[in-house]
Design a protein around this ligand. Structure first.
Ligand code: NAD
Length: 515
């Protein structure tokens, strides 16, 4: 069964060989090496991409800078109108784009549809935002004076994205940046370049029909070893938004920091759910399972640790094992509607899965379920593994580390304070949840003495955030915020204005300065 893949590739403009450099309205022949994108479903090559070189990069950023001078003059609601049309173009291609995500990244079709929907939702959000971008008016201490702040466009925004959300991360950044008056340069993960090429094909007509200046929305497919450093060190890029592992994020942030550039760092998580003795397990179990095995454990918000009250520990284990047994039968081709767990991204990820389990055993953990690379009943040469449950202790090095595979660590607690302290005692701080019907516990969890994460949920899981909220985390997760709420402020420069409409010149703080 081909699941309509050839038609989808054709409709999205993906050819056997593709150009990897686009300035929104133009595609370019490039000087770099050839990259082959293969599907994690069966290792089959999908298409080739001509990658860009360093000189292509320099040329493209020149174009972006020129385009910025036009784009920032376009009124924000007019910029919003372009984003509205981009959203409509993505709506029209929703099914095709989702199918491509499943083909190139491996997540199941339902989750891929969700990812495209996120792009559409952020467009809608950005359209509304384009008529807001509010500054404050403050009361001046001086008579006849007015004090206000405004937000102005920042410049070129460089986006470096991870493989696991091959389209949505671009949209979260780009749509907000566009209404803010910025222009964007996107370097996608080399594991999923066709997703990036396809969204640029999908929006090209909107940009052309609306005469958007060439260079407002740019794509560069290139090896990170060459272009990553160039982007980080390039003073012409005002803001780098990096989504990826903590290791890579640290390197990039240090380079951008050395030139005092801005960064939004969206890095690794080590997300936990506390299951208290009053938890409604009918809610908790499906939320835990979706959080732990969804996207085959390859979400930054995947549930990695479960902190369970002693009194219900065995019951939770039994329920989880039952649920994981069901999943066993539903691992396979991500475009098959029966599948709920697709493949891992590549061989390296399968090795990481095996290493993680082996290391956990060496550190004294016991395997409660899983620990199996699947070789039969799945497409040949794919990277399929059985989601795994491990009984562990929070302080172990393997538990302290984010392993980007479907491995869930279970641990128990007795006192609520102990649960919170175990919860926070990891280097990362992205997403967190509590399942409880005790109001004091729930409120404590989301208070200043509770979860130290950027996202703290009550009676829902750790993954699957809505675009309306600000997204990001603390500590080694990097501190950046994207998407909704007031995350847009990171994409603009704030300016404070004091206007004197009196006939005097009083100084602030009452300073007397007589000439
Ligand atoms: P990765 O760190 O391997 O790569 C991320 C991006 O950085 C890719 O585009 C890669 O090409 C690029 N890169 C690699 N080396 C670079 C360098 N030296 N300079 C500049 N760029 C470089 O991450 P991945 O495997 O693609 O994604 C998984 C990781 O991303 C996980 O740790 C996950 O938690 C994290 N992630 C975080 C969020 C979030 O919002 N917090 C969202 C998605 C993924």
């Amino acid at each position: 069964q081909d699941f309509g893949i050839p038609e989808m590739l054709n409709q999205l403009g993906i050819k056997s060989e593709n150009m990897g450099l686009c300035t929104g309205t133009q595609w370019f022949e490039t000087q770099g090496t050839i990259l082959t994108s293969s599907s994690p479903i069966d290792g089959h090559p999908i298409a080739k991409i001509h990658q860009a070189s360093s000189s292509d990069y320099i040329h493209m950023v020149d174009k972006a800078l020129q385009a910025f001078h036009d784009w920032r003059r376009t009124p924000a609601p007019k910029r919003g109108d372009i984003v509205r049309k981009i959203g409509n173009a993505l709506r029209e291609e929703k099914e095709n784009l989702a199918k491509l995500i499943s083909l190139e990244m491996g997540k199941i079709y339902q989750e891929s549809l969700g990812e495209v929907q996120e792009m559409i939702d952020i467009c809608d959000f950005a359209v509304g935002l384009s008529r807001q971008l509010y500054g404050y008016t403050m009361q001046s201490e001086r008579p006849g004076h007015r004090l206000l702040d405004q937000y102005h466009p920042l410049g070129v925004v460089g986006i470096i994205s991870a493989f696991n959300f091959p389209m949505a991360v671009w949209a979260w950044n780009t749509m907000i940046a566009l209404v803010c008056g910025d222009v964007c340069v996107w370097k996608p993960s080399s594991k999923v370049p066709l997703c990036a090429i396809a969204v640029h094909h999908a929006i090209e007509k909107v940009l052309k029909d609306n005469k958007v200046t060439e260079g407002v929305v740019n794509l560069i497919v290139a090896p990170s070893s060459e272009i990553g450093d160039l982007m980080a060190e390039d003073k012409r890029i005002s803001l780098i938004s990096i989504t990826g592992s903590t290791q890579v994020g640290k390197k990039v942030s240090q380079k951008v920091g050395a030139r005092l550039g801005r960064t939004i760092a969206e890095l690794g998580g080590n997300n936990a759910i506390i299951v208290t003795q009053t938890a409604d397990l009918q809610l908790a179990i499906p939320a835990i399972v979706f959080g732990a095995v969804g996207t085959t454990g390859q979400r930054c918000t995947s549930t990695r640790r479960l902190i369970i009250h002693d009194s219900i520990y065995s019951e939770v284990i039994d329920m989880l094992k039952k649920a994981y047994q069901q999943i066993k039968l539903k691992i396979g081709h991500p475009l098959d509607p029966k599948t709920i767990v697709g493949p891992l991204i590549d061989d390296e990820a399968t090795e990481l899965y095996k290493d993680t389990i082996r290391t956990a055993q060496e550190q004294g953990c016991s395997i409660l379920f899983g620990n199996k690379v699947i070789t039969s009943g799945i497409p040949d040469k794919g990277h399929y593994v059985l989601p795994t449950i491990i009984e562990a202790q929070n302080h172990l090095p393997i538990v302290q580390h984010e392993s980007f595979v479907p491995v869930l660590y279970l641990m128990k607690y007795q006192q609520f304070e102990e649960a919170i302290s175990m919860h926070n005692d990891v280097p990362q701080g992205l997403s967190s949840s509590i399942f409880s019907r005790d109001m004091q516990e729930c409120e404590t969890f989301i208070s200043g003495i509770g979860s130290d994460c950027g996202i703290a949920n009550v009676n829902i899981g750790t993954s699957g955030a809505e675009i309306g909220g600000a997204f990001g985390g603390e500590k080694e997760t990097g501190g950046g915020r994207e998407s909704g709420s007031d995350a847009w402020k990171a994409y603009m420069r704030q300016q404070t204005n004091t206007i004197n409409w009196s006939k005097d010149l009083p100084l602030a703080q009452g300073i007397q300065f007589e000439l």
